[in-house]
Ligand binder design. Structure first.
Ligand SMILES: Cc1cc2nc3c(=O)[nH]c(=O)nc-3n(C[C@H](O)[C@H](O)[C@H](O)COP(=O)(O)OP(=O)(O)OC[C@H]3O[C@@H](n4cnc5c(N)ncnc54)[C@H](O)[C@@H]3O)c2cc1C
Length: 464
């Protein structure tokens, strides 16, 4: 008899993890508190309920990173993707699903599986000591008592309750004939040198126009339950700072001190926007201190008025919303176990990925890692060239954590997380489209070839 693995939380990640365990022949007990206890967003008792949109986003694996993640998960036998495909609705290139049909399918398949037991209960503290393998997949709205228990293991600073998301820009789209690399006062940090930031200079007129645009820009509203959470003073959105005084930003995140523009020596900018490297590959850079509630289209319009960012492509746009997540690059090992308490694994949005599909993808990996461990086999992580591997690398160490303050923030899957290609691909004869598209095609083909090899290799006996 193989001993069971406990999965806490029957959302996107927990449902997928329980399925992967069962498919590997390992019994799973799935503990879900709904419908006995609800979250602020869920409405039903169904497993894998979609709390907002009914879309899994683009299904195009050839040129979209989330579409590629879909395809990888299909190849890895994902329940979430299979149920999504069975209940899909017409939505152009996106995979949109009938939400009740989808969640009903996941619930029926799990409740009907002989190796899965669904226990409707809240786990309101640390799991009992005799649960020697546990996957915690309780999501962005983890119940407060469990969150407190997790905090007692990780330390207060390592479990956040809000995303304060600053926009992230693809490095190759920043105009370095306008911007330059320099750290403030040329000071070297613990993880780098004296030229770690990209600086974008604004003169007085550009700064004034930027402040006007921020104040006039269209914003999204907080949900009622988010507005009542007291985080606000600690991380103000830039537009709120601008409303408090026209020069507040020039004395805050946009202060121009300790920096000199090599493109215009002797001319002191009125304000400077700084970008800091966001992944070890150096392909993604985040706009420091630029958390915002501006609508996404407004962010693109307004941030492209910043000198050097006129052609910027954004890997992620800014936002602020309630979200419980770990400082995973510090806390988790490469198989998603808490380094200090290895019987606990984490999966889903609580690990610092963002989105239904990404959460389910990390659930898939957690389920496979836990199953291999239970069966005495070893399973290497998927290669970082795959969408699953790139996401895993992002949350378990790919992110640079060289700041004194906690800087890890959740992320959707995107091609900026993938190691670059050895050489720029050539377009095939007669092939239409841009070089960027050719690069995405090449990244996607490489990912699927590497994923197939990883799936074929499977697990090996740990003792070997
Ligand atoms: C309001 C809101 C809207 C969102 N909208 C979107 C969107 O439109 N598109 C998108 O891609 N992503 C969206 N997300 C982000 C995210 O992708 C989803 O929240 C996703 O469901 C996360 O998957 P998960 O499995 O990690 O968590 P969840 O799907 O939330 O699952 C966690 C489960 O754990 C249960 N649980 C919590 N605590 C306990 C406990 N102590 N004991 C037992 N069970 C417990 C919960 O009831 C829940 O069923 C949204 C998030 C929020 C909060």
């Amino acid at each position: 008899m193989v001993k069971e693995v406990h999965v806490i939380g029957g959302g996107l990640a927990g449902s997928e993890a329980a399925w992967q365990l069962a498919m590997a022949g390992v019994p799973a007990v799935l503990h879900e508190m709904r419908p006995l206890r609800k979250t602020e967003a869920h409405q039903t008792g169904a497993l894998a309920e979609l709390v907002c949109s009914n879309s899994f986003r683009s299904d195009d694996w050839t040129s979209n990173a989330v579409g590629l993640l879909h395809e990888e998960m299909r190849r890895a036998g994902s329940l979430v993707l299979d149920a999504g495909d069975q209940h899909k609705l017409p939505a152009g290139g996106a995979l949109a699903v009938d939400r009740d049909g989808f969640a009903g399918e996941v619930t029926r398949r799990l409740e009907g599986h002989p190796l899965v037991h669904v226990a409707r209960e809240e786990i309101d503290g640390l799991p009992p000591a005799d649960w020697d393998s546990v996957i915690v997949a309780t999501g962005p709205l983890t119940s407060p008592s469990l969150a407190k228990a997790i905090q007692s293991l990780t330390g207060e600073a390592e479990l956040a309750f809000f995303d304060a998301i600053a926009p992230i820009v693809h490095r190759e789209t920043i105009d370095m004939s306008v911007c330059w690399l320099q750290s403030r006062y040329d000071k070297a940090g613990p993880g780098g040198g004296s030229a770690d930031y990209i600086n974008c200079p604004l003169d007085q007129a550009q700064y004034d126009a930027f402040i006007d645009a921020l104040i006039a820009g269209e914003k999204t509203a907080f949900k009622e339950w988010e507005a009542s959470t007291p985080y606000f003073e600690g991380c103000l959105p830039i537009e709120v700072m601008a409303e408090r005084g026209r020069e507040t930003l020039a004395h805050g995140p946009m202060k121009p001190v300790g920096l000199s523009n090599p493109h215009r020596p002797g001319v002191r900018p009125h304000a400077i926007v700084q970008l800091r490297q966001d992944n070890a590959l150096g392909t993604l850079w985040n706009m420091v201190g630029f958390q915002t509630k501006l609508k996404h289209a407004e962010q693109v319009r307004i941030f492209r008025t910043i000198p050097g960012l006129e052609q910027a492509e954004f890997a992620r746009l800014g936002g602020l919303h309630r979200n419980t997540f770990l400082n995973s690059p510090v806390l988790l090992d490469a198989s998603l176990r808490l380094k200090a308490h290895q019987r606990l694994r984490f999966a889903g949005q609580i690990t610092g990925v963002e989105g239904y599909v990404e959460s389910a993808g990390i659930g898939l990996l957690a389920g496979r890692f836990a199953a291999a461990e239970r069966l005495g086999e070893s399973l290497s992580p998927p290669p970082p060239t795959t969408a699953l591997g790139a996401l895993l690398a992002h949350i378990t160490g790919g992110h640079l954590s060289n700041e004194a303050v906690r800087s890890f923030q959740p992320m959707n899957v995107n091609f900026g997380l993938f190691p670059p290609l050895a050489a720029q691909p050539k377009r095939a004869k007669g092939e239409r489209g841009s070089r960027t598209l050719a690069r995405k095609h090449a990244l996607a083909s490489r990912a699927l070839a590497d994923l197939d090899r990883w799936l074929k290799r499977g697990t090996s006996i740990a003792a070997e």
